[in-house]
Design a protein around this ligand. Sequence first.
Ligand code: ZN
Length: 256
Amino acid sequence: MEITKEIFAFLFGLVWGSFLNVVIYRVPEGISIIKPRSFCPVCRHKIAWYDNIPIFSYIILGGKCRHCGAKISVRYPIVEIAGGITIWLIWRNFKGEPLEMLRGFIFLSLLIVLAGIDSERMILPDIFTLSGIFIGIAFSFFLKPGPLFSLIGALVGYFSLWLVYKIFLLFTGKEGFGFGDFKMFAMIGAFMGLRQLLPVIILSSFLGALFGVSLIMVKKKSLSSMLPFGLFLTIASWVIYIFKLDLFKFYIGFLP
Ligand SMILES: [Zn+2]
């Protein structure tokens, strides 16, 4: 039954999201993602399997470590749910196209990991962005937009943000983005192609501005504080990719 498969995809996604949480925490810390078993980052107590069930354990434990009572970041359940919805929608929207499913699985997982790390540390590690660029181009030999427009997408992605960065620096003396953002946008160009860069950048800038203004209104941040742009790039690309949106078809429809 179709509904059973969709539920299975969602449940698998929750578990996958749980693994992505491990990657988000461990890779920047330089800890192996395989060993040791999950532990509380505060008291280092090993986490029992029954305290490691996606979503449920977080709710049952009230968002706190069983041993030391330290707060568990809300990032954990958010990434688990994001994983669940991602795998469910990949199954729904790319069914019957195994290579598309595989590309979506890798690309959207990379996006979620980058969003998680950027939100917490304001960095976008090369190991994800640079390998993402190569994987994106490799897939394009078999899928749209094809190798040429994937490569051009990566180059334009990198240098367009670099240019905005330079102009912003010239006029304000501040760094609006970091080099990680250029590489992440290049990765998005490699996976999605040149044509999708414009809708992605417009949507992510809009989300960033909306988020920034909301934070200023609740007085949590000042106008000059940095925002994790990688998070907004992730949300924008995720939505456009998974729903196969073609927002500017009317005038860049000639590009593959
Ligand atoms: Zn603890």
